[in-house]
Design a protein around this ligand. Structure first.
Ligand SMILES: [Zn+2]
Length: 343
């Protein structure tokens, strides 16, 4: 089959479009003919060989957000060959305390399709565990469907599960133009919150408004912490949604009201920061981390996708052969919403 693979860590150019062996379909797996696969920052971190992702088996095939068609159901009767499906990206052990509680994303053996230890969807075919198969939303294209699992699951877990968002709260989405940011704006509006959102260009600010953001801020030319305080009676945001890291961290902390919660899932601009611990207890802040989300939550949020209340934001599409160009676009922050590979 054709696939976009890489044989060493490095810049986008290490991704090569070439012929590789078809995946081996093991007992508990089914073969999916990939129609689309979206790109996540996780893919870029693995390609770079960031800490935690530096020892992966090569050649590697990235891609955790897959939509496609069942090619070989491998004897499973829950679905038929030809069914249109999406793939839940996370895999827990199914046996530990966390998995038993439905918190599979807390599992110590948790892995991700196309992650550090298993091949993914930058390919014509992907073999995935049968329990990860979910029917494709009928109201979405393959490209839109591939845009939803990881970003919506991550944003849902951050706002709903971890930060426990409440109706009417002031929520700041830092980096609201990204895939996870554009999902977060919509989820916060689902809870009737007042949503501040930041981005780096006028075009992105307008697009965030169209998604429902109430107050948009250009974070390249403004102190967004001060602007959020100015517009909340000097209080600040109840929740700050972070995934940018070093470049925005101190302003994100400044944006929080007393008793506010900051939730983060990533550090696209770097992971190092200075932090005055006194702020934490004087202002009684909560700092929270989040990683992926449970399959149960993905199934739950799909109801809002089906009803049209949440919708994946499809930014750019590239043919699979141009995966390196697609990675470059994301690294240069030229995208809005999700960047998707069409297979
Ligand atoms: Zn487990």
């Amino acid at each position: 089959m054709k696939a976009s693979v890489f044989y060493k860590h490095g810049p986008p150019e290490v991704l090569e479009y070439t012929d590789v062996d078809d995946p081996v379909v093991s007992n508990n797996e089914v073969l999916v003919k990939v129609k689309a696969c979206s790109i996540n920052h996780l893919d870029l971190w693995i390609r770079h060989g960031r800490t935690g992702y530096s020892e992966i088996p090569f050649p590697h095939i990235l891609g955790c957000d897959i939509s496609g068609i069942i090619e070989d159901s491998n004897g499973f009767t829950d679905f038929n060959e030809g069914d249109e499906v999406i793939v839940s990206p996370g895999i827990g052990c199914g046996k530990c305390k966390y998995c038993s509680q439905g918190n599979d994303n807390f599992c110590k053996q948790y892995s991700i399709i196309g992650g550090w230890d298993r091949k993914g969807g930058y390919a014509e075919f992907a073999s995935v565990p049968s329990q990860n198969i979910i029917p494709k939303p009928k109201n979405l294209s393959f490209e839109e469907s591939a845009s939803l699992p990881l970003t919506f699951l991550t944003a849902w877990n951050m706002l709903v599960k971890r930060a426990q968002i409440k109706t009417g709260e002031n929520v700041l989405i830092v980096g609201g133009s990204s895939g996870v940011g554009s999902a977060a704006i919509q989820i916060a509006k689902l809870f009737n919150c007042y949503v501040f959102a930041t981005a780096g260009t006028e075009d992105k600010l307008n697009k965030m408004k169209n998604l429902g953001a109430d107050f948009v801020i250009n974070h390249t030319s403004n102190d967004f912490g001060e602007i959020v305080r100015e517009n909340t009676n000097r209080n600040g945001a109840d929740i700050v949604f972070e995934h940018v890291g070093s470049a925005t961290w101190s302003k994100s902390i400044d944006s929080l009201t007393h008793g506010g919660r900051l939730i983060t899932c990533g550090t696209t601009t770097g992971s190092e920061t200075d932090f005055d611990i006194r702020l934490l207890y004087r202002r009684q802040l909560s700092l929270m981390g989040s990683f992926m989300g449970s399959k149960g939550d993905l199934l739950h949020l799909l109801k809002f996708i089906d009803s049209g209340k949440l919708k994946p934001v499809l930014g750019n599409t590239f043919p699979l052969s141009e995966a390196s160009k697609a990675h470059e676009l994301i690294e240069n922050r030229q995208h809005f919403g999700k960047v998707v590979l069409k297979v």
